[in-house]
Design a protein around this ligand. Structure first.
Ligand code: CP
Length: 315
């Protein structure tokens, strides 16, 4: 595995399977069913989050704690980026404090890779613009594997704002690496033929604008939020819920075993209705969050086990 964890694209199935297996082993620790590990004892991880986050930031923080390490958070508000300091300069200064790894979220597509090129410690991409959200891709695979077993040949729909979604990009790479069949669904302004070709397996990806027509043979459906912060809302005509929302009537068209995913944050009553989001065990939305801690533990352990970085916490 590379020094950093920046994207799912290009990561082999074997490497992903190792990470998934490690994450599954870490799940009881993430769930606090067993005591924490000490694999990151003496390590400090910097969480640099220059875009808002609840799940990713808190689960990286929890993951570090569950591995016995220490973590600090830096957000744009209150940091010197407000005075004009660049992302890379900020990261170089954070590294100079002796941290063992940097977790980066940024609105800049490719921003995490820019940081990784300049610092010596491992960098984990916690979501960069419209590019990728690789730990989300891992936790999605974990949740699907737990529910469905094998992924080969499974049919999984990703519905909504594909154009602006780093979650969708990571999921497309992850799912096609495991030979799942991916149906991308949404309005033509947000879902076009071009998105089939972000993967080396376009034969596994199909484009759809009619959600009702594809519900009957799905093994899973992943609903996405319209990303108004990336100006997506203005390009969606008409009543979104009516055409693409996962309503109880649509959920009833899914096969009995099919599960519902959503990366969060959820806009209830827009892309998914309350009764569907809260319908356990079909809805795995909160299970994804728990799996996210286990996935991030696995990634942290992997990058730090390879890194020659030294402990920086005073004994
Ligand atoms: N899924 C996800 O990235 O959520 P946050 O933006 O809350 O981290």
């Amino acid at each position: 595995m590379a020094k950093d964890f920046l994207q799912i694209e290009g990561v082999s199935r074997a490497e992903l399977e190792l990470l998934l297996d490690d994450a599954s082993k870490n799940l009881p620790i993430a769930e606090q069913k067993v005591a924490r590990k000490e694999s990151l004892a003496g390590r400090v991880v910097a969480n640099m989050f220059f875009e808002d986050s609840t799940r990713t930031r808190c689960s990286f923080e929890t993951a570090v704690h569950r591995l016995g390490g220490e973590v600090f958070n830096l957000t744009e508000s209150g940091s010197s980026t407000r005075k004009g300091e660049s992302l890379v300069d900020t990261a170089l200064n954070v590294e100079a404090m002796g941290v063992s790894a940097i977790v980066v979220r940024t609105s800049v597509s490719g921003g995490a890779a820019l940081v990784a090129k300049r610092v010596r410690c491992p960098v984990i991409n916690a979501g960069d613009g419209r590019h990728e959200h690789p730990t989300q891709g891992l936790l999605d695979l974990l949740t699907l594997r737990e529910a469905l077993g094998r992924l080969d040949g499974r049919v999984i729909a990703i519905v909504g704002d594909i154009a602006n979604s780093r979650v969708a990009r990571s999921a497309i790479h992850a799912l096609t690496t495991f030979a799942a069949r991916v149906r991308l669904v949404g309005p033509p302004t947000l879902v076009s033929e071009a998105y089939r070709h972000i993967t080396t397996r376009p034969d596994l990806v199909s484009i759809h604008h009619d959600l009702d027509a594809i519900l009957h043979d799905l093994d899973a459906i992943m609903m996405l939020r319209i990303q108004n912060e990336r100006a997506a809302g203005g390009s969606v005509a008409g009543d979104y819920r009516e055409m693409y929302g996962l309503t109880p009537a649509r959920a009833a068209q899914l096969p009995g075993h099919a599960i519902v995913l959503h990366p969060g944050p959820v806009n209830r009553g827009v892309e998914i209705d309350d009764t569907v989001a809260d319908d356990l065990p079909r809805s795995r939305i909160l299970r994804q969050v728990t799996q996210g801690v286990a996935a991030r533990m696995a990634v942290l352990e992997r990058v730090l086990s390879q890194a020659g970085t030294t402990a920086t916490v005073a004994a």
